[in-house]
Design a binder for this molecule. Structure first.
Ligand code: PDD
Length: 284
């Protein structure tokens, strides 16, 4: 069965799902997006993702003609049309199609596309052994807090991981520290305490990050939000990445150096188990 896309008011098979060649998403990456995980035919944290989509659009001054409820309805209908069980719904919004000029066009309808996509859940082996990552200089812009369509630096970062035969990267920002994974938030655990960078323009305010903070409280694991260096990551007992696709993924090697004992630790396991409990309660 061909996947069904929602494109500007219509549900269309993938082969017919097109946007204008003058779409500003294509010309400038001028737009925002979101990814929601469906489990067992049910969305997980859909409302939170849609709220963040609206927030991202508002930061780049795209005036949305859809209410939160309408966006939620379209996402649910797109999932239904695709008989979506355990995968993603992507929601992409651009400023719309217009003759190419950088400043905003006077009157253009935003483009909205929603589609299903296989989830990026890591392979079983990576979950069992932990991920191997390398650090790369963070060349991204100073608005990493919005989910912008223009993700070129992330594309290059993920490709670098592939070329180095590792699972992912950590962004190391000059003068700041280790801020995030390639498309995930980072946590580390050291001597009884969990650490994650505070919200700032350098990191994306992940919905999973927020959930993991909630889960850590539930598990009575003390947590501190602070900026940290690569040295602290390398000296950690455990390192983990959190995202819609990864959930909580243990990192066991950074730049060829083992983290802790080089296997997924008890805290990563406990956080993942409790996160999974929340998914089960919401979707099963
Ligand atoms: N990426 N940081 C970055 C740079 C990201 O791209 C993502 C998500 C996250 C985690 O956000 P969340 O917990 O809301 O998924 C953090 C998604 C999965 C993607 O681009 O496909």
């Amino acid at each position: 069965m061909e996947r069904i896309f929602y494109v500007n008011g219509k549900y269309l098979p993938a082969s017919q799902a097109v946007v204008s060649a003058e779409d500003r998403g294509f010309n400038f990456g001028d737009g925002v997006y979101e990814v929601v995980h469906w489990y067992n035919y049910q969305p997980f944290l859909l409302e939170e993702h849609v709220e963040r989509l609206i927030q991202s659009a508002s930061v780049i001054k795209i005036d949305l003609p859809w209410s939160k409820e309408e966006l939620i309805d379209i996402a649910i209908e797109t999932a239904k049309q695709n008989n979506l069980k355990d995968d993603y719904i992507y929601m992409q919004i651009s400023r719309g199609a217009a003759i190419r000029q950088h400043s905003f066009p006077d009157s253009t309808q935003p483009t909205l596309v929603m589609n299903s996509q296989p989830s990026a859940k890591p392979a079983k082996e990576i979950i069992q052994k932990g991920a191997r990552v390398i650090t790369i200089p963070d060349i991204r812009w100073l608005h990493c807090d919005i989910k912008a369509l223009s993700a070129l630096a992330n594309v290059l970062a993920k490709q670098a991981a592939k070329e180095h035969s590792v699972d992912d990267v950590l962004y190391d920002r000059a003068g700041v520290g280790v801020v995030e994974g390639g498309s995930s938030n980072i946590f580390y655990y050291k001597e009884g305490k969990l650490y994650t960078p505070p919200l700032s323009p350098y990191i994306f305010p992940g919905i999973t990050r927020a959930k993991v903070i909630e889960v850590a409280k539930e598990c009575n694991i003390p947590l501190e939000e602070k900026v940290f260096s690569l040295k602290e990551v390398l000296d950690a007992d455990e390192v983990m990445l959190a995202s819609t696709g990864y959930e909580v993924l243990s990192v066991t090697e950074v730049n060829g150096q083992k983290i802790g004992r080089g296997v997924p630790g008890d805290i990563s396991k406990e956080l993942l188990q409790t996160y999974t409990k929340h998914v089960k309660e919401a979707c099963y």
